[in-house]
Write a protein that binds this ligand. Structure first.
Ligand code: MSP
Length: 687
């Protein structure tokens, strides 16, 4: 058995799991499941990154010790993966492992790595003074050329927040400059080391630009693994959180050597088969720092760094600091499965969309309408429909046991076409999975789904039954069952709940072999079946249902789909003093109306402004500029009711005429729009 070791990044515990984290874990899970079906010896690892300044700060904000924060949040990640049908991930020697960097075993391996580097080349680690910019969000050191300048402050490109100046902090340095050439050589000799190709090119040009030595310890805070040797000046250093975190991939295998210097069995088996799946935000740490640390320690490198793009919502990266982008994957999945006879298939629908919609290395903007459209087209109309048709026809036409295939018929017309398409689909999907291309693998799989539906349309089994053409009818039913059995396996990496359900409906034995379908075997590999009638797995969503889901998901109501944020500071009390009393007649001067937003776009060069077109029942729409862009994505507002002050003097903002003011509570991130809780005609007065 070939080993296949797939890892996700270990997620920071300053945040709770959101759709961005789920995407990586879902992709890794699908790859793990495919490889298991292909007969590999699979190990999957995920976990939490618990040390560093960022976690220490988040804990302080919540009034917790860092350890208490970690103990609260780490299980939430593990639980989320179980809720998404990927668990359980456990700490012990299981096939699916969860590692925490506060585990004693991990800490010991990090200290070993340090000592090993030191023992090999003592001056690879040296004490000096660090001065420069640091982004706590990334836990990374930056040159000014890596940053954006806004006003007089330098900002991190990923977090958009000002970076901190570390002034002459005494620190251990790692001599990374020594390893640039060796790294370039490794990349050249192993063309699949960094995938996809465009990320490899990015790394190569970065390394060619020259590697600088890296500060790998901090003295200004204590939440980390102590450097395992003394500083002659007597200062206490903790190891740089990235050196600590990256080592998780090895400590989860029991480390790279034991006390006697021998190689632990799992390291020997899995390390060279390691694939680190990561988001592009952390490419440099994985494709540059990590290999350099390993080379310095005299250790082999992982096989592949597999990098994926970012999901954005309304063009903005899903992140803790932008509430409008925070989507709870568990909620989304449960909403999608709400009407299904098997609600877990909602999880499958979410996984399918995320992996099918965008190739792994590309960025994708999550558009909820596209999610619903794909659900209807690919899952309700294509796959769900085919499964229901197959089980319905087999039960109806009485072929409860496996109908026999007729060799002559199988070589004919639609039956031959089915075999050709099935072979191609299995071959192409397999190659795509092997090449880390889930989107293509699913596309290939769906060619077989389409061909199954085409066979039903072309052969019209109900007409055959009516005409008493039992030989041909048996052939159709046989081929449909054979197709169902192939699909049960081919969809399993991404749609495991659907695959399990189909398995049950086909009545196949639990221990029937689940290897990847082999070309030429359609029908020949069909185990005995005992089909039962099915129920709708992916009921079609009509417009009303779609609108209802969109209204739930689009972030117009502040907490709609956002998971609770454990690290958020408690909201500040509302302290603005109450204004002096006014007469009722003064209030009457204010004309407040309900308007319906018909269009919304961002205003160029103004971070906070949106330009809205609002129907106020006047026969012409009004143009209104509103400072709500930090909190609301434009597309989330279309169709919404808003409360508008309609008799304020019009004024121009950024050159755009604003003929009214939208009422909202709070500002920026905690903004909420004033709402009326019933649909009323545009122009209705609010008093
Ligand atoms: N703790 C580090 C990783 C250490 S690995 C040795 C870290 N953690 S994180 O919590 O910030 O997670 C970052 C990862 O989450 C990304 O690399 C990516 O895998 C995933 N994603 C987070 N937001 C995402 C999107 N918006 N889109 C796609 N993936 C996202 O960095």
């Amino acid at each position: 058995m070939k080993p296949f070791y797939i890892t996700t990044p270990i997620y920071y515990v300053n945040d709770v799991p959101h759709l961005g984290h789920a995407y990586t874990t879902i992709a890794a899970d699908a790859l793990a499941r495919f490889h298991a079906m292909a007969g590999d010896d699979v190990l999957m690892l995920t976990g939490t990154d618990e040390h560093g300044e960022k976690v220490q700060e988040a804990a302080a904000k919540r009034g917790l010790t860092p350890q208490a924060l970690c103990d609260d949040v780490a299980p939430r990640f593990a639980h989320t993966w179980t809720q998404l049908d990927m668990g359980p991930f456990t700490a012990d020697g299981a096939r699916r492992r969860f590692i925490r960097t506060t585990d004693a075993r991990h800490k010991a391996v990090v200290a070993r790595l340090w000592r090993r580097i030191r023992a090999r080349n003592a001056d690879d680690l040296y004490l000096a003074t660090y001065q420069g910019w640091y982004c706590v969000g990334c836990e990374a050191f930056y040159k000014e050329s890596d940053l954006d300048k806004a006003g007089d402050a330098w900002h991190c490109k990923t977090h958009g927040r000002p970076v901190a100046w570390l002034d002459k902090e005494r620190s251990w340095f790692f001599r990374m400059s020594r390893y640039g050439e060796a790294l370039l050589e490794h990349i050249e000799r192993h063309p699949h080391f960094i995938q996809p190709e465009h990320f490899k090119n990015e790394v190569v040009s970065f390394v060619r630009g020259g590697l600088r030595d890296l500060s790998v310890s901090r003295t200004s805070f204590a939440w980390g693994i102590p450097v395992p040797e003394d500083d002659p000046e007597g200062r206490a250093h903790v190891i740089y959180v990235w050196m600590d975190a990256l080592t998780n991939y090895v400590s989860a295998l029991g480390g790279f050597d034991d006390d006697a210097g021998g190689e632990p069995r799992e390291f020997g088996t899995y390390w060279r088969a390691a694939t680190h799946l990561i988001g592009k935000d952390i490419l440099r740490f994985h494709a540059v720092y990590w290999p350099c640390f390993l080379m310095a320690a005299g250790l082999p490198l992982p096989r592949t760094i597999l990098c994926h793009g970012w999901w954005t919502i309304g063009g903005r990266k899903i992140s803790k600091s932008i509430p409008a982008t925070r989507v709870d994957p568990v909620k989304l999945a449960s909403d999608l499965g709400e009407l299904s006879s098997v609600p877990e298939t909602g999880i499958d629908a979410l996984k399918y969309f995320l992996l099918r919609e965008t190739p792994l290395g590309n960025d994708g903007d999550l558009i909820f309408e596209n999610l619903l459209d794909r659900y209807n087209a690919d899952l309700a109309n294509d796959l769900g429909n085919l499964i229901n048709r197959i089980t319905a026809m087999v039960t109806k036409f009485g072929a409860q046991a496996t109908p026999a295939a007729d060799a002559a018929l199988a070589a004919e017309g639609p039956f031959a076409a089915l075999r050709r398409v099935a072979d191609e689909a299995a071959r192409d999907a397999r190659a795509a999975w092997d090449g880390f291309q889930p989107s293509r693998a699913l596309e290939a799989t769906w060619r077989l789904v389409a061909e199954g539906n085409r066979l039903v349309d072309a052969t019209q089994p109900w007409a055959l039954a009516k005409a008493g053409d039992n030989v041909r009818l048996a052939q159709v039913l046989h081929d449909l069952l054979a197709t169902a059995w192939w699909l049960r396996r081919m969809i399993a990496p991404v749609l495991p709940a659907t695959a399990r359900t189909l398995h049950g409906w086909l009545g196949v034995a639990d221990d029937a072999p689940l290897g990847w379908p082999e070309p030429g075997q359609l029908g020949h590999d069909l185990p005995p079946v005992k089909v039962v009638a099915s129920t709708p797995l992916f009921p079609r969503l009509d417009d009303k249902r779609k609108d209802a889901l969109l209204a739930r998901w689009l972030p117009a109501e502040p907490a709609a789909a956002a998971p609770a944020d454990p690290a958020a500071p408690a909201p500040a009390p509302v302290t603005a003093p109450v204004l002096p009393p006014i007469q009722f007649a003064d209030f009457e001067k204010l004309d407040l109306r309900v308007g319906k937003v018909k269009a919304a776009v961002k205003v160029a060069k103004a971070d906070k402004l949106l330009h809205l077109t609002v129907d106020l029942g006047e026969g012409r729409d009004r143009s209104i500029v509103s400072g709500i862009a930090q909190r609301y994505a434009p597309e989330a507002l279309v169709g919404k009711q808003v409360v508008v002050v309609v008799n304020l003097e019009p004024r121009k903002m950024k050159g755009i005429l604003s003929e009214g003011m939208i009422l909202a509570a709070g500002d920026d991130a905690i903004l909420g729009l004033a709402a009326v809780d019933a649909e009323v005609p545009p122009g209705t007065r609010v008093r």
